[in-house]
Ligand binder design. Structure first.
Ligand code: GAP
Length: 443
């Protein structure tokens, strides 16, 4: 039942994202490129707000985390050292009848496919053995397409942090425990993509590598699991839709000493919740591997304790698009004849919309423009709308999650007040124009 309603909800969200310019299928005019999506004007604003909130919480509000922006391309030795060339694989099987390929652990999809073989209609069942498929995109650096010049688009941003560990240590005043955070693109040639932004082939990641003394790693692992969960709750994700799940040993990545995932109540997963974000205790695996392959010492001398060690790393890691999808699903609501995106105001793409009551009354338009200009200089993303009736304008702003609509009417000309309508309660109140920005900021 959940899945039936959920798929329906997903269709509505995908349609809303297209209709209002949040997300477009990449290369749509050529039939689309599978697993690759583009952000439209509102999508960019939403994604930027999400990234800003993450960056504020993980870097700017703290004195123990610094930022980094490493490159998408790296020396191929980085990927040999990290284990990605050998182990970043998914199990793949191919249908011998129509040659479609599947991730071997997607049992439901495989059963469905075998029933009718959509492209041939055959009822025979014949699969190849399971093979390992490496998910990294290959490319060449320089004008020669040979083995020597081969490298990969990064499948995670984390390695960019490990290979700069020494640089950050020697150029800043950080002391363990400390973290290095970055936001950047990752690429994975997923065998099966799907569920809109959930599993894609190109996506932005937000990753923190938090370096700690090995003995304290359990404490910090617990700290970051709780911190990250709290962050979602503070930004309005409903408590009943999110939970922490400790992964069993057989399900964790090759580098991990323990992983907890933050699971969200995805509408397309019938049985349970599913992964939104991972928090892993990567131990000293990465620094030791990069040290072994590069020949550089990536240990740390603890001045206070007068000892040298290779730090352990606690890593919260999440995809921006997957997170954006969770916020959209959680915020989506229908009531009466309206659709409302009840996004936290900090995430709403547009902070407020300003309307003159009538578009043909020049003094109303002039005052509304004036208010719009002032708010825009402070908040940036403010909308102005004088088309259609007020009801239609509310309808549009509700759908894109604008917390406040400000209407300039005839009373405004007399007493310098405006009507402010709240997206969630639909309550309207008169607010003095000179108090408007503090009213909007209070959220
Ligand atoms: N550095 C750790 C790492 O890469 P991961 O669990 O493979 O760990 C981290 O990925 C997060 O990136 C996931 O929790 C998810 O939010 C996001 N993610 C991973 N693969 C994705 C994909 N194909 N499409 C969208 N998001 C993805």
């Amino acid at each position: 039942m959940k899945q039936e309603n959920g798929l329906n909800l997903m269709e509505k969200i995908v349609a809303l994202c297209k209709r209002r310019g949040f997300v477009f299928q990449n290369s749509e005019i050529y039939g689309g490129l599978n697993g690759v999506w583009d952000l439209g004007p509102l999508g960019v604003l939403l994604a930027n707000n999400i990234k800003r909130e993450w960056w504020n919480s993980v870097v700017l509000s703290r004195d123990d985390v610094v930022g980094l922006d490493s490159s998408i391309l790296s020396h191929r030795r980085v990927w040999e050292a990290s284990g990605h060339i050998a182990s970043f694989t998914d199990p793949l099987i191919e249908c011998k009848i129509c040659h479609e390929r599947f991730k071997a652990d997607l049992k439901k999809e495989i059963e469905e496919h075998a029933k009718t073989h959509p492209s041939t209609g055959s009822r025979q069942v014949a699969w190849t053995d399971v093979k390992k498929f490496n998910l990294m995109f290959k490319t060449f650096v320089g004008p020669l397409d040979n083995e020597e010049n081969k490298t990969y688009l990064r499948p995670e941003t984390a390695q960019g942090i490990f290979i700069n560990f020494e640089n950050v240590l020697s150029t800043t005043r950080v002391k363990i425990p400390f973290g290095i955070a970055q936001i950047g693109k990752g690429f994975r040639n997923e065998i099966t993509t799907g569920n809109f932004l959930f599993r894609v082939r190109e996506f932005e990641m937000m990753e923190l590598e938090y370096f700690v003394e090995p003995d304290t790693s359990k404490k910090w692992f617990d700290y970051w699991r709780q911190e990250r969960l709290k962050w979602y709750l503070d930004l309005g994700i409903k408590k009943e839709n999110i939970k922490l799940v400790d992964l069993p040993k057989e399900d964790i990545a090759h580098y991990s000493k323990g992983t907890t995932e933050i699971w969200y109540n995805w509408p397309f997963i019938a049985e349970d919740f599913g992964e939104l974000e991972g928090v892993a205790n990567r131990g000293d695996y990465d620094l030791k591997q990069q040290s072994k392959y590069s020949g550089r010492d990536l240990s740390y001398f603890d001045d206070d304790k007068k000892k040298r060690y290779v730090p352990y790393v606690i890593e919260p890691s999440v995809g921006v698009g997957r997170m954006m999808l969770a916020f959209l699903i959680d915020a989506y609501s229908e009531g009466g004849n309206r659709v409302v995106l009840k996004l936290h105001p900090k995430l709403s793409p547009i902070k407020a919309a300003v309307f003159p009551l009538l578009a043909n009354k020049m003094d109303l338009v002039k005052l509304a423009r004036n208010i719009y200009d002032n708010l825009k200089s402070e908040f940036g993303s403010i909308a102005f709308d004088d088309r259609g009736n007020i009801g239609k304008r509310y309808f549009y702003q509700d759908e894109i999650g604008t917390p406040y609509c400000v209407t300039v009417d005839f009373q405004s000309l007399e007493d310098q007040t405006v009507t402010v309508r709240d997206r969630d309660t639909m309550k309207q109140e008169r607010v003095r124009i000179d108090k408007l920005s503090s009213f909007i900021r209070q959220e």
